[in-house]
Write a protein that binds this ligand. Structure first.
Ligand code: AMP
Ligand code: MG
Length: 310
């Protein structure tokens, strides 16, 4: 307990000094900086090699603190009550007097906000006088980090501090909704959209098109292990790693499994670490079998499709 508090204190000190630190969330690790400080936020883009036109998600402790920066609407209240803190991000209208750095939003009048659930990160946020901008802790277009060691692999000594919170429970990024007008989906993620539609009592408009301009960050190539990846494959080639959803009877050396029991939550949780492992095991190509497009299978397919643009 004492060491947890001292680690949080350390992270806070770095953030107060306009530095970036890696933080654990229930989705993936984040690369965090003071969202009110342009000096701090610019360091995120530099470290990640992220294009400046790809806006960042801002993380808040609770909705009370959010009110200083954003206009609150009915849909937000409904969804917040049910799903936050959790793996859902809302795009909202920025208030005129908001202190959020223009580098966070790429000068837009809207901002993406989330209330993360991981205990350590919440504890840290509670102790700060500002919200935290935090994209995934990985080099732009590469695989997200789901363990402290992944963050280390991505940034080496360039990152000042990693708040180690163990392995991420969900393992894929948050589901992003645009709540500026009629609710629409901008990114599939860790929260099944069926659950969201149940609360809103209507179908979401789907706006996740690879070339969609609304969410400039959602570039076609993304979430890439850095080697070619083919999807919807029945039989792998000799030199490929073969990524499968469920254990097969025969167990070849190049077989990798997303889940023991064909469970989509488990598969999502394992996705990035297995892709990372395949690459670190020395494979130069990956084939992936067809994944059912249901529940979090939609999120997995979205990530694999983008990774296959390599
Ligand atoms: P990441 O931080 O890597 O998880 O990516 C965050 C994503 O959120 C970005 O790539 C954008 O697609 C989306 N996003 C962030 N801010 C906005 C915004 N103001 N409007 C629309 N989409 C946004
Ligand atoms: Mg990312």
């Amino acid at each position: 307990m004492k060491s947890i508090q001292s680690n949080i204190k350390k992270a806070k000190k770095y953030l107060n000094n306009n530095n970036c630190v890696a933080v654990p969330t229930e989705t993936v690790y984040g690369l965090a900086a003071n969202a009110y400080s342009s000096i701090a936020v610019k360091k995120i883009f530099k470290l990640k090699k992220r294009p400046l036109n790809n806006p960042l998600i801002v993380h808040y402790y609770n909705i009370n603190r959010l009110k200083e920066d954003c206009d609150i609407n009915e849909n937000l209240l409904k969804l917040y009550k049910k799903f936050s803190p959790g793996p859902i991000t809302y795009v909202l209208k920025l208030r005129k007097n908001s202190k959020i750095s223009k580098f966070v939003t790429n000068n837009k009048k809207s901002v993406a906000v989330r209330f993360p659930k991981h205990k350590l990160f919440r504890n840290l946020l509670k102790n700060l006088d500002y919200p935290v901008a935090a994209p995934s802790a990985n080099i732009s277009s590469r695989l997200s980090s789901v363990k402290a060691s992944d963050v280390k692999e991505e940034f080496g000594s360039k990152i000042k501090y990693i708040l180690n919170g163990g392995q991420c429970k969900i393992g894929v990024e948050s589901t992003i909704l645009n709540l500026l007008n009629k609710p629409s989906l901008l990114r599939y993620g860790g929260l099944d959209i069926k659950k969201i539609e149940k609360i809103l009592k209507k179908k979401l408009l789907i706006n996740t098109n690879l070339k969609d301009k609304i969410s400039p960050g959602l570039f076609p190539l993304h979430y890439s292990p850095g080697i070619p990846l083919r999807i919807n494959i029945k039989k792998s080639k000799k030199d490929e790693a073969f990524l499968l959803l469920k254990k097969r009877k025969s167990n070849l050396k190049n077989y990798y499994y997303l889940s023991k029991i064909k469970n989509m939550e488990e598969a999502a949780r394992n996705l990035y670490s297995i892709l990372r492992k395949i690459k670190n095991d020395g494979f130069k190509k990956i084939a992936v079998e067809k994944i059912p497009n249901k529940g979090l299978g939609k999120t997995i397919n979205d990530r694999l499709k983008r990774a296959s643009k390599y």
